[in-house]
Structures are given as C-alpha cells and as structure tokens.
Design a protein around this ligand. Structure first.
Ligand SMILES: Nc1ncnc2c1ncn2[C@@H]1O[C@H](COP(=O)(O)OP(=O)(O)OP(=O)(O)O)[C@@H](O)[C@H]1O
Length: 608
C-alpha cells in the first residue's frame, strides 16, 4: 500500500517522509521504498527494496509546511489540506542473499513510500531456535528472539510496574522450552509461584531454595562456616564495621575451628564457634581444657583468645550474641548445601526474610560455585562439574551489583566475573533492574542485549543511553510513552531493534499488582455465604470455608452464556461453572456443596 513520499533529509541512514493523513499508520511500523544501489561485486546498479522503520511520527498544520521542499508533493498526499502527517524513518537496509545490507546511497527525494509487506517484515525477524516473547506493537506479527543472543548477556530495564517480571517469566518459559537450565536470584520470593504452576508448561523440574526457615522453599541454602571467611560471617551477623574487637573475637574462634577441622577432620559449624567463645568467657582453665581436647598445632589463636577474653570480656560476649542470632537464621552450617541437590531445570533462590548482608553473601557464594563448577567442566578439572550452561537471572540487580564507587558488595565481584568471562564457560546473565543508574555501568554494558520498557526517571534514561550504543535517540525519547507490557529490544538477541507487546504467560509469579477494589473488599464471606444458602439451604461449615481458603483462583471463565471460575488445588486445576441455578464442579460433580464451589462463589460475588 502506497502511503506517501520521501520529502526531505534523505541519507543512507534515515529520511523524512510525508504520509497520507487519512491512513492510520503506527509509530514503529515498517515501510519500504524502491531504491537503486551500486553493487561493487557485480560492478552494476541494482534495484533493491529498502526497508525502514518509523521512529518519529507527528502531524502538523499544512500551512506550516510551505518551507518544506516538495511542497507540491505534500499537497498531493494531503487530500485533507488542513494537516500533514510527517514521519522520520530509520533506514534498516535491504535484504540481499538472505542478509541485511546497508545502502551506501540515500534514497531519492520524491520516491514513493509503501507500507512494508508482511513477508518482508517476517523475513527481517526470521530466526532459528527463536524465543517467541511477543508481537510487534505496530502490526500482528510474532517476534522471536535469537537464543544464541543470550550468550552475550541481557539486561531487562524498566520502571517499577512496567512489566519487567512479566517479561522475565515469559523469557523463562521460552528458555525452558529450549531445554535451558535456569537459576533465578529472587530477593522477594516473587518467582516462587513458578514452582507450583510449572506443570502447565511441561514436565520440567522447578526447585525453590530458601534462605530463611520461615519462608517457602524445598531446601535450605546452607553455607559451610569454614567455606566462608570470618569477615563475611561478621557482616552477615550484623556486626557493625567499626566493632573491631567483636570481629576479632569471631576471627579467633573461626581460626581455631579451622585448625580443629584440619586436626580432627570433621566439619564444624557456628555451634563450635560459639562453644569456643563461651569457653573463653569461662576462663583460662576451661579454655586450656578445650585446647587439650582438640590437639592442634601452634599457639595461635589460643594465646590471643586468652588475652582477649581476659581484657575484653564484653567483646567476646557480644560476639557470642551476634553468632547466636546468626545461627537462628540457619544459613551457616558445618557444610554447604551441595549444588547437585539444588539445581533443577529452574532453581529459584528465595532470598526473602534475611538482611541485605546475608542476601549478598548467599548470592556471591552461589554465583561463585556455579561459575567454578562450569570452569571445572570446560577445563576437565577435579571437583563438582556442571555439565550444562546456566542462565542466571538476577532480579533487583542494583542490590547485588551497585557501582563500585557507591557501595562494595561481595556479589559484585562474582557477578562482574560472570559478566566478563561467563560467555567462555557457559554462564549467562540476565540482569533485571528498575534502577539502571544504580547498577555498576561495567556490568550493564557487558549485557549486549537489552530489553527496555517504560522508564520515566531522567537519571535512569541517561544510564540506559550510556549503556546502550544501539538505542537511537528517538527510541530514548519515546521511553516514557511505552505502555505497560511493551518493550524495546535491542542487541544480538534480535536482528534489529524492535518494539513488541509482551505475550501472555503460562507460569505464575507473585508480584502481580494488588487490585485494591477486590483486596479491600476483605469480607466476601458474608456475600458468598448468602449465595451458598441460596443454593444449598444451609450455612457453609467453618471447615469448608477453611478448605476453600487453601485454593487459588486462577481466573474467571466464560463460555456461551455461562460463567465459571478456574481454581488451582495443589497441582490440579478445577473448574466450577454456574448454570441454570446449579453449580457444577469438575472435581466433585453437579450440585455438590464442596469447597471448590464455595471458593468460586467468593470470586463471582460482585464488588459492591
Ligand atoms: N505483557 C503484559 N500483558 C498484560 N499485563 C501486563 C504485562 N506486563 C505487565 N502487566 C501488568 O502490569 C503489572 C506489573 O507488571 P510486573 O509485575 O511485571 O512489573 P514490574 O516491572 O516487575 O514491577 P516491580 O518492579 O514492582 O516488580 C502486572 O501485574 C500486570 O497486571
């Protein structure tokens, strides 16, 4: 379809076109122009079809355009004499021999501009092993990302509530379908519901590893006390950086424990460290007795511990208290949890419930172990090897990899090593953050592919601009105008910068917005009970209401004229339909007063 003409500023990279104001043309849509290009290999001029993308689109009053070249052409296009539609078009290139080539000559002024054919656009984005994450915003065409682009790391950046987690979950689905092994660093436990909905995607294994005993998880993440260092233990316990004597006490107890392990050959945990400090508090005789029990070589650290306990009992006592608190968390143990036990097709590290120091420590410990296990595999070294590459999703990356100048974290070291060397060893990063300006610029710039969603904060826009050479100024200007769920994708993961609407997901996650209208309508019980009575002529029993509370509502469903509710009970879905005054439960049958029906009634009660 012909939509206009090139009218100004034509270069091999971009041009200005006037488009028919009657035609509903979308920003980011693709256009084509006929063009003559010199082919040096053939030594002749060839006719090609040049493709471009509309990166800026606006309307002006016709009268304001008298100074534009080709005023008459504009008049031709603008049947509606009152206004003109002007587009800035970025030249993408022409396809020759299956490859996209850049023109060396500007297309001619006055050339007709067409809306690109569907096949031309499809050709632009054709990939093998595609990760199909959404459709173009400008037309109904599925867009698949190049799986191999993941090798050069990816950053997902967006203001809060713009759809980062949604996109990440869609990407996880696509990667799982390709057989990827995924580890998600999840500071708030947002990804935990993936485990219970994974069956919808296929026979994949999902494991949740928790760090706090009070949170959801299949297994606790444990760090061997002697696999870490005393400074890290003190940090994790919350000892203030300036509390030198308390830190020294922990250091001495840890050093002694290390010697004991060497001498006795058995693992020791925090209890042992506490035992050493407690004995030191009881006095020299008790300490001597302990030392005799475990015969270790050399005077260090016994003599130092004796001195400290006699001079600074208070420091030793405080160290004991800190270690007791740390022990309650349950993260430090005699032995680290083996990687082999933790990893499934997707492993979610649920960091909810512990302070930032512990989170930082766990992340650095885990990332280092994954990286080392891959190095061992690639180089055939001794020790635990990971036989397959891993994609590491890091949510809230600004917590773990802030700029070095701002704050030092342990996980920064681990992540920056993966960013620079991960590609060689098959550990690929997906960095997710709503504050790109608070993520170390070196790490962000190592993420050669980027998914950028709505960003409003100018500082963050600037950080995105600095880290992404590929992001054209026009795209940058349009960032605040993106809708929730829309994303600009650039880098090796996609042949050309593209703007998509992210597709629906199958897996659940826990960060969905809270719908205040429903959430504040806290007491649905009364309304649901009223409806229940109408169906069954009696009140619902408390045990039935409790059983219903365990069920999860997936969504309302409609079919023909009837309404229903899809529920999740453990791992199975149950549908409840309401028709002809009778509830029908797919699990319990027609007209049965079951807890599924009660839960469904709670959902269908109208908000008043
Ligand atoms: N592709 C999409 N299609 C439909 N709705 C979407 C899409 N992406 C996001 N949303 C809506 O936006 C809400 C917020 O999305 P999401 O939880 O992914 O945001 P976020 O950027 O991760 O926010 P936060 O930083 O607070 O975690 C979702 O609950 C959903 O309602």
């Amino acid at each position: 379809m012909m939509i206009g003409y090139i009218v100004a500023a034509s270069t091999p990279f971009e041009f200005i076109a006037t488009l028919d104001p009657e035609k509903p043309i979308s920003l980011y849509d693709y256009v084509a122009v006929d063009h003559v290009e010199y082919d040096p290999s053939r030594g002749e001029l060839i006719n090609v079809r040049l493709l471009g993308q509309i990166v800026k689109l606006y309307r002006d009053p016709y009268s304001a355009k008298r100074d534009l070249p080709l005023y008459n052409v504009i008049r031709d296009v603008s049947n509606n004499i009152l206004e003109v539609q002007i587009a800035k078009v970025k030249v993408l290139g022409y396809v020759e021999g299956g490859e996209l080539r850049q023109p060396k000559h500007p297309p001619r002024i006055g050339t007709s501009v067409y809306l690109a054919e569907r096949e031309d656009v499809e050709e632009l984005f054709k990939v093998e092993h595609g990760l199909c994450v959404g459709r173009l915003t400008s037309r109904d065409l599925e867009i698949c990302l190049d799986l191999n682009g993941i090798k050069r790391h990816l950053a997902i950046i967006a203001a809060t509530g713009s759809g980062k987690t949604w996109f990440s979950v869609v990407l996880i689905e696509e990667l799982l379908k390709k057989g990827a092994k995924i580890v998600v660093i999840d500071p708030h436990g947002e990804y935990v519901p993936i485990r219970d909905s994974i069956y919808r995607l296929g026979p994949y294994t999902a494991k949740v590893i928790k760090v706090s005993e009070h949170h959801v998880g299949d297994l606790m993440y444990k760090i061997g006390v002697l696999d870490s260092d005393p400074e890290a233990i003190a940090n994790a316990a919350g000892v203030p950086p300036g509390a030198k004597k308390i830190r020294y006490a922990i250091y001495l107890a840890w050093s002694y424990a290390k010697k004991v392990r060497k001498a006795a050959g058995r693992p020791v945990g925090l209890s042992f460290l506490r035992k050493v400090l407690y004995t030191a508090m009881r006095g020299e005789t008790a300490l001597n007795k302990l030392f005799q029990q475990y015969k270790v070589e050399g005077d260090f650290p016994m003599t130092d511990l004796k001195h400290l306990a006699s001079r600074d009992r208070h420091a030793v006592f405080s160290a004991l208290t800190y270690l007791k608190r740390l022990q309650r968390l349950g993260v430090f143990a005699p032995r680290s949890t083996p990687l082999s036990k933790m990893l499934g097709d997707i492993t979610i590290i649920n960091l909810a419930g512990v302070n930032e120091e512990v989170q930082d420590y766990v992340v650095s410990h885990l990332v280092n172990r994954i990286f080392q296990a891959r190095v061992r595999h690639v180089r055939s070294l001794k020790g635990f090897q990971l036989p397959w590459p891993v994609v590491l999703f890091v949510e809230e990356a600004h917590r773990f990899a802030p700029p070095k100048t701002l704050r030092k974290t342990k996980s920064y070291e681990a992540l920056s090593r993966v960013a620079s060397e991960g590609r060689k060893f098959g550990v690929y990063l997906v960095i997710i953050s709503q504050r790109p300006s608070k993520v170390d610029p070196d790490i962000i710039s190592q993420c050669q592919s980027q998914v950028i969603m709505r960003i409003i904060n100018p500082k963050d826009q600037e950080a995105v601009r600095e880290s992404s050479e590929l992001l054209a100024q026009e795209f940058l200007e349009n960032l605040p105008g993106l809708d929730v769920g829309e994303a600009i994708i650039l880098g090796p993961i996609v042949k050309l910068p593209v703007v998509i609407r992210v597709r629906d997901r199958v897996l659940e996650y826990g960060g969905s917005d809270i719908y205040l209208a429903t959430t504040w309508k806290v007491d649905k019980t009364a309304d649901a009970s009223r409806l229940w009575r109408r169906y069954f002529n009696s009140a619902p029993s408390p045990s039935l209401i409790l059983s219903a509370a365990r069920l999860k509502i997936l969504r309302k469903i409609r079919e023909g004229g009837r309404v229903g509710v899809k529920l999740l009970e453990d791992n199975r879905e149950v549908d409840v339909w309401f028709e002809n005054g009778v509830p029908v439960c797919s699990a319990c049958g027609v007209g049965k007063p079951c807890h599924h029906v009660y839960k469904a009634l709670e959902e269908v009660v109208e908000v008043r």
